[in-house]
Design a protein around this ligand. Structure first.
Ligand code: SF4
Length: 298
């Protein structure tokens, strides 16, 4: 059914146990400078019939109350009519699903009315993964993200009002050398104004073939050191106060932590560990914590 899709299906680590169903390939925006995932893949979406057939075949391997993750860089860009039809076939095939979730850009939310968001929530869409990436306006412009931090706050508050939970992505080191502290402070301030159930981080990596690789080659962009990325994480966690879960376990992060931000004892332990790591390791040792060159050739 999805033989025309050529992009490998990807999912967030948190959805490893979910029923994964192909929904889209490509990205409707496709213009973030750092992005390496969807380039070269034209945007395509499955029909409701195709989605139903895949759900019918695959549901037997999952519990009745499974989470369902619809794959693709931003399936939520599709008009509400398509999303409604998708969720309706999922409800038919997996009547007791616990969650339907997918990825969304910030401007995919702004393209929907409050009433449409509420309707999708009532149908069963109760969570989204959002590429907020950073709370610093200048860094977002530098990376051509296509939305501002102010846009993120506006649209995430609309999800709050509609009752749709969300996990936000944050890229440590997105701005490159010299932007760590400002990014950590601005991103914490942005998230303190909204209500993500989870914030997950990855460390910035320059992937071959991305516009960022050209920017790096021409000297327009200089990658932050691992020390600066860790310092950004420290500033971010020091300033983050909202009631959320931080999930920083990712192969592109120099340090990996999971904690509930309002667990003051856990937070104190993590902050102390980060400070100790910075104090006790040389720059060379910190650079070895992530083998970005090896990742770039995968
Ligand atoms: S919105 Fe996401 S998938 Fe699309 S270009 Fe930007 S980072 Fe890549």
């Amino acid at each position: 059914m999805t033989t025309t899709f050529t992009e490998p299906a990807m999912r967030p680590p948190q959805e490893a146990q979910s029923l994964l169903l192909r929904a889209t390939q490509g990205c409707t925006y496709n213009d973030c400078h750092f992005c390496y995932v969807s380039r070269g893949y034209p945007f395509m979406a499955v029909t409701p019939d195709q989605l139903e057939e895949e759900a019918r075949l695959r549901k037997v391997f999952f519990p009745e109350d499974t989470r369902i993750y619809l794959t693709g860089s931003n399936p939520f860009a599709l008009p509400v009519e398509r999303l409604r039809a998708w969720i309706e076939v999922l409800r038919r095939q997996v009547p007791h699903f616990s969650t339907v979730t997918m990825q969304s850009r910030i401007d995919d939310i702004s393209g929907k009315s409050d009433a449409e968001l509420r309707e999708l929530r009532e149908l069963g869409l109760n969570h989204l993964y959002i590429g907020t990436e950073n709370g610093n306006e200048e860094v977002l412009i530098l990376m051509n993200k296509g939305h501002s931090a102010a846009d993120s706050v506006r649209q995430l508050l609309r999800l709050d009002a509609a009752g749709i939970d969300y996990t936000c992505f944050y890229v440590l080191g997105l701005g490159g050398q010299g932007w760590g502290r400002a990014s950590g402070e601005a991103t914490a301030a942005m998230f303190n104004r909204v209500h993500p159930i989870r914030i997950t981080t990855t460390g910035m990596t320059v992937f071959p073939g991305s516009p960022l690789a050209d920017m790096a080659a021409s000297g327009v962009f200089t990658e932050a050191t691992e020390r600066e990325k860790i310092e950004e994480l420290l500033v971010f966690l020091e300033n983050l106060e909202c009631d959320t879960f931080y999930d920083g376990v990712h192969y592109l992060n120099p340090l990996n932590y999971r904690l509930r931000i309002r667990d003051t004892a856990a937070k104190a332990t993590v902050l102390a560990d980060i400070r100790e790591t910075l104090a006790s390791h040389s720059d060379e040792e910190l650079e070895l914590m992530v083998s970005r060159e090896r990742m770039q050739s995968l």
